[in-house]
Design a protein around this ligand. Structure first.
Ligand code: NDP
Length: 244
């Protein structure tokens, strides 16, 4: 039986490409009224052509005021997927201030900020909600050249737990999904080197990277009432990487 989100209002960030785009399309097909937020207008235009009826917001999530203005007028939402992130891999000794700042702003600060805005709206409207934050296996394991990325995702996992604790009494659930490598644009930029990817796949008991659909399915599950008693948890989509 397929999940139905008929009539539910959903916000997906980073919906222009990759996992976020696939989540927005899947939610739309399952009946949700989707608002897709991303940074590149052309991506949102092509998404709107692919999914007529979808609403789009073109905003840089690092711009606190712009996010406030865009979302203040858009809500309320019952379902939120904080998916946007950047992965600027650098050896620890070469980490730059700009990569650090940008990663903290987008991968961590924007999730806090977007969630504050939508959770306040949910509480004001008295609607129950579900928030899924897209984290990574990198939140739980040290990966070479990932000092900043691993740390922002680790912070995101903990933020999600505290949000779950404080928002639970308002019937708002908060969970994370933590995928292994997925061959989106982000995955291709960082994992196309065959030696590097083979070394990672060798550490994954299921012997492969995740597909976009693996991540979409887990996100939809955590947004749905099928996970009604689950909050504050991190769902690994890592083919067993963490236990290997
Ligand atoms: P992509 O880079 O393919 O897509 C990311 C999307 O987020 C793009 O549409 C991008 O827009 C948007 N985005 C990035 N920064 C901003 C910003 N400042 N404001 C608004 N939108 C922004 O990434 P994936 O689909 O691969 O990743 C999605 C999520 O999954 C991320 O949280 C990532 O960390 C996580 N993840 C990915 C893995 C992988 O291997 N791919 C593995 C584990 C987790 P634009 O292109 O216009 O900047």
């Amino acid at each position: 039986q397929h999940l139905s989100f008929r009539g539910r209002r959903a916000l997906v960030t980073g919906a222009g490409k990759g996992i976020g785009r696939a989540v927005a399309v899947a939610l739309g097909r399952a009946g949700a009224r989707v608002t897709a937020l991303s940074r590149t207008a052309a991506d949102l235009e092509s998404l709107a052509r692919e999914c007529p009826g979808i609403e789009t917001l073109c905003v840089d999530l690092a711009d606190w005021e712009a996010v406030e203005a865009a979302l203040g007028a858009a809500g309320p939402f019952e379902l939120v997927v904080n998916n946007a992130a950047v992965a600027e891999l650098q050896p620890f000794l070469q980490v730059t201030r700009s990569a650090l700042q940008r990663s903290l702003d987008v991968n961590f600060g924007a999730v806090l900020h977007v969630s504050q805005i939508v959770a306040r709206q949910m509480i004001a409207q008295g609607v129950p909600g579900a928030i899924v934050n897209v984290s990574s296996q990198a939140s739980k394991r040290a990966l070479r050249d990932h000092a900043v990325y691993c740390s922002t995702k680790s912070a995101l996992d903990m933020l999600s737990k505290v949000m779950a604790m404080e928002l639970g009494p308002h019937k708002i659930r908060v969970n994370t999904v933590n995928p292994t490598v997925v061959m989106t644009d982000m995955g291709r930029i960082n994992w196309s080197d065959p030696q590097k990817s083979a070394a990672m796949i060798n550490r994954i008991p299921l012997g492969k990277f995740a597909e976009v659909d693996d991540v979409v399915n887990s996100i939809l599950f955590l947004l749905s009432d099928k996970s009604a008693m689950t909050t504050g948890s991190s769902l690994m989509i890592d083919g067993g990487f963490l236990v290997s």
